[in-house]
Design a protein around this ligand. Structure first.
Ligand SMILES: Nc1ncnc2c1ncn2[C@@H]1O[C@H](COP(=O)(O)OP(=O)(O)OP(=O)(O)O)[C@@H](O)[C@H]1O
Ligand SMILES: [Mg+2]
Length: 248
């Protein structure tokens, strides 16, 4: 697995939201994406899985290569290819409310990946047991706590066997206890070698679990490096200031 982004730009109207962002991520890397509200974290993640189309720049994901720009129309097959490789977990969990936990997990693998139903059910049970949710297999999302819903949402993403998972503030809708439950799962995934980018405000978690950190401000990468280093000893004044405000 290799993800590379070169000079990615995205504007909304007159506003330049991403201003030439470049980064490289290798297999097993866990990257914390930090920055204040409005710095462009969600937009960057959404551009990587093509929920937004960048205005210019390039994206490489393994053997898939996309050049963004007016003159480059993105082929439907390429798009599907990227979507299959990239899993996404959002702040709001977006489970299907009319489906049970089990059906939430097996629907896309069966419909999109054409997996056998029995095989998908077996895998779903295994995953649910790993996240201590097997007892809720027949519950509906509304019958679960926020932390439980988020754990199911993560399991649903894993059912697609993504090469990389993008997390967009996976714990910011949760109370501290549920936050810990979800962070524990993400930590397990990191230990299992899953490649991840995690947009988060949980700086202590980022230090602990991320191998690498990227600090975004006004759509630009201001500082990046080994998470333990830059989140403890930031070199730029901007990152120093940011860390002061989040620790207040
Ligand atoms: N669809 C859109 N149309 C217009 N402006 C947008 C759109 N999406 C995002 N923006 C703007 O882009 C900027 C970056 O937004 P983004 O959601 O990427 O920030 P963020 O770093 O994820 O913030 P937060 O920490 O609050 O989630 C903001 O100024 C936002 O208002
Ligand atoms: Mg965001």
């Amino acid at each position: 697995m290799k993800l590379e982004i070169n000079q990615l730009k995205k504007s909304f109207g007159q506003l330049d939201i991403l201003k030439s962002v470049s980064l490289k991520i290798g297999a097993g890397d866990v990257v914390a994406l930090v920055g204040s509200s409005g710095s462009g974290k969600s937009t960057l993640l959404r551009c990587i899985n093509l929920l937004e189309t960048a205005d210019s720049g390039e994206l490489y994901l393994d053997d898939v290569h996309i050049t963004f720009g007016m003159q480059h129309k993105i082929d439907g097959d390429l798009e599907l290819n990227i979507r299959k490789k990239v899993g996404m977990v959002f702040q709001q969990f977006y489970l299907w409310p009319h489906l049970t936990v089990l059906d939430n997990l097996i629907k896309a693998p069966i419909c999109v990946l054409k997996r056998q139903k029995l095989e998908a059910i077996a895998e779903a049970k295994q995953l649910l047991s790993k996240i201590d949710m097997l007892h809720k297999i027949n519950s509906y999302p509304a019958q679960l706590s926020g932390g439980q819903q988020q754990r199911v949402a993560i399991a649903r993403t894993l059912m697609m066997h993504p090469e990389i998972i993008l997390f967009d503030e996976p714990t910011s809708a949760l109370d501290p206890v549920m936050t810990q439950e979800v962070l524990k799962i993400i930590k397990k995934l990191a230990n299992d070698g899953m490649t991840m980018i995690i947009a988060t405000h949980e700086i202590s978690f980022a230090r602990e679990v991320a191998s690498y950190a990227i600090f975004l401000e006004h759509g630009e990468i201001v500082e990046q490096g080994v998470a333990e280093q830059i989140l403890v000893n930031p070199q730029t004044e901007k990152l120093q200031n940011f860390l002061h405000t989040v620790h207040k």
